[in-house]
Design a protein around this ligand. Structure first.
Ligand code: AMP
Length: 191
């Protein structure tokens, strides 16, 4: 199972990705979690990323590509994975196709059984959810910025994966259990 989780901030990507990864015994790779760990550990990468994250902006593509390349080359990432929060821009998606080709023995992202889940949730519900979550970047100004960045830079990826017939669209405005059930049903076809 090679799965990408997309969706605006607060859509429940992290929760659902973690649940399914545990169920299917594959790694849950969250670029947000990796970056937050780097910030806490005050690594060079963390120091470079922090200002972008605090402002609700995307961290530069090149840093993300380095992180993902390193992570995808770890031994536990060979059988399958759930990527949560990557790719988030068109250049990241293009890079990811090349990377998959390298680690996947020549099969590019277009040809392998990659699927991209989009969890859709209306903006007003997202803001309420995020304000109650209380993460460092969950204040109203940053939330509005993250939603804007999502609409401008990440949403185009929905069409990118839809065109390749790899998109799985799921209504995220339901209870956690209902969303999990929908996802399992939508993804069970050839998993
Ligand atoms: P998340 O936990 O996925 O909401 O990510 C938290 C923050 O980390 C985002 O607001 C971005 O600043 C940064 N980030 C995570 N993943 C990416 C990515 N793929 N590209 C750029 N920035 C990212």
């Amino acid at each position: 199972m090679q799965l990408i989780f997309m969706g605006p901030p607060g859509a429940g990507k992290g929760t659902q990705a973690q649940l399914l990864a545990t169920l299917w015994k594959i790694p849950h790779i969250s670029t947000g979690d990796i970056l937050r760990a780097c910030v806490v550990a005050k690594t060079t990468l963390g120091q470079k990323a922090q200002a972008y994250m605090d402002a609700g902006d995307l961290v530069p593509d090149q840093l993300l590509m380095d992180i993902v390349q390193e992570r995808m080359n770890q031994p536990d990432a060979t059988a399958g994975w759930i990527l949560d929060g990557f790719p988030r821009t068109v250049p990241q998606a293009a890079f990811f196709d090349t990377l998959l080709c390298d680690v996947g023995g020549g099969k590019s992202g277009k040809d392998c059984d990659l699927r991209a889940v989009n969890l859709d949730v209306p903006d007003n519900i997202l803001v309420t959810r995020l304000l109650s979550r209380g993460r460092q970047d969950d204040n109203e100004q940053t939330i509005r910025r993250r939603l804007q960045v999502y609409r401008e830079q990440t949403e185009p990826l929905i069409e990118f994966y839809r065109d390749r017939q790899q998109l799985v669209a799921v209504d995220g405005d339901r209870s956690m259990e209902e969303v999990t059930a929908q996802l399992q049903q939508a993804l069970s076809v050839d998993s």
